[in-house]
Design a binder for this molecule. Sequence first.
Ligand code: NAD
Length: 249
Amino acid sequence: MNIEGKVVIITGGMGGMGYETAKALLKNGAKFIAIFDLPGSADEIDSSSKGLFATERAKFFPGDISIDSTLKNNFDRVVNDQGCVDIVINNAGIINEQNIQLLVDLNVKAVLSCSLLALTHMGKHKGGHGGLIVNVNAILGLTDCPLLPFYSATKHAIIGFTRCMKNNFNSTGVRVVSICPGVTKTNLFRKLPENLCDFISDTIKEKVLTEVPVQSDSSGTSAYKREPISNLDAQYDSSKREPKHTYNE
Ligand SMILES: NC(=O)c1ccc[n+]([C@@H]2O[C@H](COP(=O)([O-])OP(=O)(O)OC[C@H]3O[C@@H](n4cnc5c(N)ncnc54)[C@H](O)[C@@H]3O)[C@@H](O)[C@H]2O)c1
């Protein structure tokens, strides 16, 4: 799929990688980017980056996407305003090993709910013209990490969903893919130490937090920059077991 002229919804698009992704998609010719994020999240964007909203091609839709009615309202508003949606990027995610409800509501439920809305709107089985759903996952959705067992479980769940959707493409015309970044310097990463479980040993903390390579938030979106979005499924194809990772080593 060529992103030129496409209408894109991105959740968590005010945050580290989401914001970089929105900028990259606009630069690469997307017609319109709808950013779904929490009210107040725009305040965290520094003024030098506010250029994204100087264009009519991007709009902020404030709301908590883990609330189904809020998510649907904003999704419907984009469809009504733009006439269609072509690409949905499920990017919003948190690490909170102490609040399972919050974690699952956002990292799993909101991704599945938003995907269902996207499939219902874009799916050829519903008269739509097909499209693309990108689930922003993590290496931790593919491997095990003793530092973050609950977060990892949510990411594994979405890898499972992505894999299951592979063979529904013929019916829906909607490709469902995941990208799996490594550790990236964003707020999510910066707040990590305060969001861990109390049973995590210092040895594990030290090992993971000091030994794992870390990349910048903009390199976390390199999948979108280096390749046209049509090739995103080459970044992580659910049928292959060897995703590409990008690190600043
Ligand atoms: N940073 C990393 O190391 C890393 C690594 C691999 C994968 N990821 C994944 O990448 C995605 C983006 O992460 P990031 O590091 O850019 O995080 P971030 O914290 O910088 O940004 C996340 C955004 O999601 C928004 N958000 C949180 N709760 C929300 C809600 N209920 N409704 C709407 N928006 C909400 C936040 O306001 C924020 O703007 C996440 O899914 C994360 O799991 C991150």
